[in-house]
Design a protein around this ligand. Structure first.
Ligand code: AMP
Ligand code: MG
Length: 400
């Protein structure tokens, strides 16, 4: 029995070994995966923080009927706290400043009348303690766990790192990825071409998909259907990369040498073939030094769906990233799955009045038809056929 896509993904996640940890400066961390927990350096906010430009005073004085406060000074942001001794007085206080001692509330400038060095509070202001004050420790306490290992660092996480006093963080090293196409019929985009040859496109598509997800260490190569040359070049690549993504040469053809050459190089086969269409012949293994090795089928649609379905989860596991649940979307119209295999169907996301965002089928004319992928957003995974999958069926969506 061939593994299902879910079983194959689980095998990939189980076998991939997390990459080493390194310390990197904050400016280089967008998209990196945190390897150590980060705790709050101080209470957050670290002090009772004024949130509006206005005046600070004691709410008790207002409760006792006072509306006019003599201005005794100015509390600017970044300065140590002033101390209010006269309850009939106030301080001008600026957004971001510490609340002056003896004060517990702030009324914004817009609600004041200023005259002769005094501020008069409008009648309809409901003054109470902590009005327009962001209280110390309200968001987090000193020592609280803010970020856990496995977190991918986006804008909010980077702000939290900086605010917790981290100029650097411990993250997983970026995987060194090789994308190599194979096939004697394939010609580079800028080379002269004969009628019986084909331009190679998988390398560019796969590298692009990886770059769009922030993977920057992506090398490429093109390999012939010659087992001796394949073995020599792959031996070199295994020594210099963490992840090998090969396309082509994994099916049953006379020139499909990739699985046998990988085995010969000591790469342990974990699975060959998954119960899916397209992309059934996919090969996955682990190299002698723990390298992650994929042999994706050469047909352009197959190689791209396999990259998203298996290589992306492998890269997440390599970085120790917490798995992200797949995005799900309802099918916009019924679709007939014929093969008794999980079916990867290219779709375009559209908006329907009744269902909201829906996935509309954009079936290809086979796995060689990458032109039909133009304008699609990704693919959904449908259950094995033969069956009619109804409109509204909630399917995992994998975006290109
Ligand atoms: P293979 O998996 O090597 O049998 O290739 C299956 C089909 O995909 C063949 O028609 C190949 O010509 C085509 N193919 C393989 N690699 C590429 C590529 N990099 N770009 C475009 N077509 C490819
Ligand atoms: Mg081939």
């Amino acid at each position: 029995m061939l593994p299902t896509p879910a079983e194959a993904e689980a095998l990939v996640r189980a076998r991939v070994r997390p990459l080493p940890v390194e310390s990197r400066p904050l400016a280089s961390l967008a998209g990196a995966v945190l390897a150590r927990a980060v705790r709050s350096e101080r209470d957050q906010p670290p002090f009772d923080r004024v949130t509006m430009d206005g005046i600070a005073f004691a709410a008790a004085a207002w409760r006792e009927g006072r509306r006019r406060f003599a201005i005794a000074g100015t509390q600017a942001a970044g300065h140590p706290p002033l101390a209010l001794t006269d309850p009939a007085a106030c301080f001008e206080a600026m957004t971001g400043a510490i609340l002056p001692l003896g004060c517990d509330c702030v009324v914004p400038v817009e609600r004041l009348q200023l005259e002769d060095g005094a501020a008069i509070v409008a009648d309809d202001v409901a003054v109470e303690p902590f009005l327009n004050v962001h209280a110390r420790g309200l968001d987090a306490r000193e020592g609280d766990m803010l970020l856990t290992p496995g977190t991918r660092l986006g804008a909010p996480e980077l702000a939290v790192l900086a605010s917790a006093g981290h100029a650097r963080a411990e993250v997983r090293v970026e995987p060194r990825i090789l994308v190599a196409t194979t096939g004697d019929e394939l010609v580079a985009p800028d080379a002269p071409i004969a009628a019986w040859q084909v331009r190679r496109s998988n390398g560019d598509a796969l590298r692009g998909a990886l770059q769009l997800r922030g993977y920057r260490r992506v090398a490429d190569d093109h390999l012939p259907d010659d087992p001796v040359v394949l073995a020599a070049r792959l031996a070199v690549h295994l020594g210099t990369h963490d992840v090998l993504v090969l396309t082509g040469g994994v099916s049953m053809g006379r020139f499909d040498h990739v699985p046998s050459v990988l085995r010969q190089l000591g790469v342990e086969e974990v699975f060959h073939k998954v119960a899916q269409r397209p992309g059934k012949p996919i090969w996955f293994g682990i190299g002698p030094a723990g390298q992650t090795v994929f042999g994706l089928p050469g047909n352009p649609v197959s190689s791209l769906v396999c990259l998203l379905r298996y290589v992306m989860p492998a890269l997440e596991a390599l970085q120790g990233a917490s798995p992200r649940p797949a995005e799900h979307m309802p099918l916009g119209a019924a679709f007939r799955v014929k093969p008794p295999l999980a079916f990867f169907l290219p779709v375009q996301v559209e908006h329907s009045a009744t269902l909201g965002a829906v996935a509309m089928a954009r079936a290809t004319r086979g796995s060689g038809d990458f032109i039909s992928l133009l304008g699609t957003d990704g693919f959904v995974e449908l259950p094995p056929g033969p069956r009619e999958v109804p409109a509204g069926h909630l399917a995992p969506l994998y975006r290109w």
